[in-house]
Design a protein around this ligand. Sequence first.
Ligand SMILES: CC(=O)N[C@H]1[C@@H](OP(=O)(O)OP(=O)(O)OC[C@H]2O[C@@H](n3ccc(=O)[nH]c3=O)[C@H](O)[C@@H]2O)O[C@H](CO)[C@@H](O)[C@@H]1O[C@H](C)C(=O)N[C@@H](C)C(=O)N[C@H](CCC(=O)O)C(=O)O
Ligand SMILES: Nc1ncnc2c1ncn2[C@@H]1O[C@H](COP(=O)(O)OP(=O)(O)OP(=O)(O)O)[C@@H](O)[C@H]1O
Ligand SMILES: N[C@H](CCC[C@H](N)C(=O)O)C(=O)O
Ligand SMILES: [Mg+2]
Length: 485
Amino acid sequence: MNLELLLKNIDCLEVKGEPSQKITSVEFDSRKVAPGAVFIAQRGLHADGHRFIPAAIKSGAVAVVCEEYPVPEPSGVALVKVENGMKAVGQIASAFYGFPSRKMKVVGVTGTNGKTSIATLLFRLFRELGYNVGLISTISYRINEIEETASQTTPDALKIQQLMAKMADAGCEFCFMEVSSHAAHQHRIAGIEFAGGIFTNITHDHLDYHKTFAEYIKAKQLFFNALSESAFALTNIDDKNGLIMVQNSKARKITYSNRAMADFRCKVLETHFNGMLLSIEGKEVWTRFVGNFNASNLLAVYAAAVNLGQDSGEVLTRISNLEPVKGRFQTIRSEDGKMAIVDYAHTPDALKNVLKAIDGIRTGNEQVITVVGAGGDRDKTKRPEMAQEAILGSDKVVLTSDNPRTEDPAQIVKDMEAGVEPQWKNKVVSIVNRHEAIKTAVLLSRPGDIILIAGKGHENYQDVNGVKHHFDDVEEVKKCFGIED
Ligand SMILES: CC(=O)N[C@H]1[C@@H](OP(=O)(O)OP(=O)(O)OC[C@H]2O[C@@H](n3ccc(=O)[nH]c3=O)[C@H](O)[C@@H]2O)O[C@H](CO)[C@@H](O)[C@@H]1O[C@H](C)C(=O)N[C@@H](C)C(=O)N[C@H](CCC(=O)O)C(=O)O
Ligand SMILES: Nc1ncnc2c1ncn2[C@@H]1O[C@H](COP(=O)(O)OP(=O)(O)OP(=O)(O)O)[C@@H](O)[C@H]1O
Ligand SMILES: N[C@H](CCC[C@H](N)C(=O)O)C(=O)O
Ligand SMILES: [Mg+2]
């Protein structure tokens, strides 16, 4: 593709050099540049991409997009000046791949918790409705039945456009994707034309990156602020920031709620261990999900589907057949009547919600034993809060490791212990080794008890110093229960 054509829809300040250069690929990482590439320099957290312009040219880049021209200015390559290198990646990649998001309806889901659940359920629902569909989520990137394990919740802008181009080629009419706050802040979603956005909730997480809660809210607002007038912005008004999230959006605002007056409403009529009876828009529907937060997620799925033009009756019927997402309230029963729940709750709010859901279905005679850790190289302030939530909702708690990454796992457990008040000490035991922690929880349990294993959900590894060691909570608990696969 010709450089001039590529730059047509992009906010560029100036172009120097040959504009009719033929471009054969787009890269923002100098290590991946091949002859014929356009290299886009972006300023990151650890490095400044501008430093790698000479390396990119040496590897054959024929054009360079940057915020500042290199000194001395190289000859023989086109130089394009932009205000924001991060934004330019999405805009240029989108043009390079033929604006794939215009060829389908893309819906983004943002919020602290519930993104994977909603995006995945929308994907499954629309598959059931007979469409070709794409999915970009924490667990996997999917194009109909073709699945690739995900490396990030929302990958970099180039990868997103490459995935969307493949989706468009496969005839996808819809794409459901998670929009993490990191992605919104780093403009990974630049160049995507969204048909709609969904907000779930915002609670304590990622303050290591955003520093303050206000900045975290602002990052998520960026997504809604960029939606066009023709898009919808579906927001959960049970969250106190639900309306604030969409206040500066040009999109059509739609609200949903389990508690208040809203455009879409839902009520939990009955809760059992294997599901809930809901009333959605006054119609009763049996679902295989547990917990008020899941009622909220299913309502968002319903409201989005209806706003995407689907028949409401058909959508409700399909919703009753949907199954929970892997590692989200996944239950495993032992032969002697113990029940384990593997769940991806890795924030204080998620933990509180899951334990509340368990509380709503327990008889009161059994013990609830929770195994939980907190991630290394992530928000440290959530550690004591997670320990507190676990204790408040459980009879016994085992504090353990969850992806220590480059931190000392024993120190992370100590940080969690800081949330344990003296009167709770006899409820809590710390076992850094997660395998031993799960084994201990099972040993402490009696028939009828509920063991919540929180934080890792679908993950099948323990990340220690950048090395991912195989570890799977479901496998671990099955071994302890003597269940063979
Ligand atoms: C904290 C964070 O988000 N970091 C992301 C960021 O990295 P960075 O700012 O450190 O990049 P950098 O190393 O400073 O490099 C700057 C630039 O120089 C370039 N470079 C660098 C070296 C070189 O030799 N040549 C070169 O050209 C790089 O390609 C880059 O363009 O930009 C990179 C490229 O897009 C991302 O891969 C990287 O994600 C890292 C791997 C990460 O772990 N991110 C996590 C925290 C994350 O994104 N999580 C969210 C939310 C999860 C959730 O709660 O759901 C997610 O969406 O997954
Ligand atoms: N609507 C919700 N409100 C609060 N908690 C929820 C909600 N939905 C799910 N959860 C809890 O959060 C956990 C993670 O859910 P999910 O994977 O859908 O969230 P996510 O937003 O994709 O998380 P991540 O930021 O890691 O991508 C679940 O296992 C459950 O414990
Ligand atoms: N997307 C989240 C996932 C956290 C999952 C938990 N198991 C952990 O490693 O902290 C993050 O990267 O913060
Ligand atoms: Mg997710």
